[in-house]
Design a protein around this ligand. Structure first.
Ligand code: HEC
Length: 129
């Protein structure tokens, strides 16, 4: 039991407040400029571009890590100019996406380095305590 407790403290999920409110509002500005033309201002998708919110979106990433989602964005988005944004900008955008999808903000910014992002699990449903 002791080992399990230590493990739980070391790895976080998106339910643990892994971004700040301020970071998410920077991300909102970036998303309006760089993502909304395809994914919609309300992140509900349009045409080929899938929604970045809601049950389907969360289901797609459930059980993966924040890094999996981050690297998908870093490597292939914006769809018409992949790689345009810096890792810091994409961390801000991911913070906004997390907030929009109902995951809570916290005291620390979402990191932009892969090793730290890999420690954050994407869990669609809030784990029961
Ligand atoms: C030119 C249109 C376009 C723009 C701009 C764009 N996307 Fe996309 N996006 C797409 C298309 C088309 C897909 C589906 C194909 C794919 O997954 O690569 C997609 C897929 C995604 C996915 C995968 C969704 C899932 O659940 O599988 C994410 C995440 C994403 N986009 C994030 C972003 C972010 C963040 C931005 C802004 C930085 C952005 N996109 C800008 C067209 C766009």
């Amino acid at each position: 039991m002791v080992a399990a407790t230590v493990y739980a403290q070391q790895s976080a999920s998106v339910w643990d407040g892994v971004y700040t409110q301020q970071q998410a509002s920077r991300g909102k500005t970036l998303s309006s400029k760089e993502c909304a033309s395809c994914h919609g201002e309300a992140l509900d998708g349009s045409g080929q571009a899938p929604p970045l919110s809601g049950a389907d979106f969360k289901g797609n990433w459930n059980g993966q890590t924040a890094d999996d989602l981050f690297e998908k964005i870093q490597a292939s988005m914006p769809g018409d100019q992949p790689g345009k944004l810096s890792r810091e900008q994409n961390a801000d955008i991911l913070a906004f996406l997390l907030g929009f999808n109902g995951f809570p903000a916290g005291p620390k910014e979402l990191p932009s380095d892969a090793a730290a992002l890999q420690k954050i699990r994407f869990e669609a449903a809030k784990p029961s305590p």
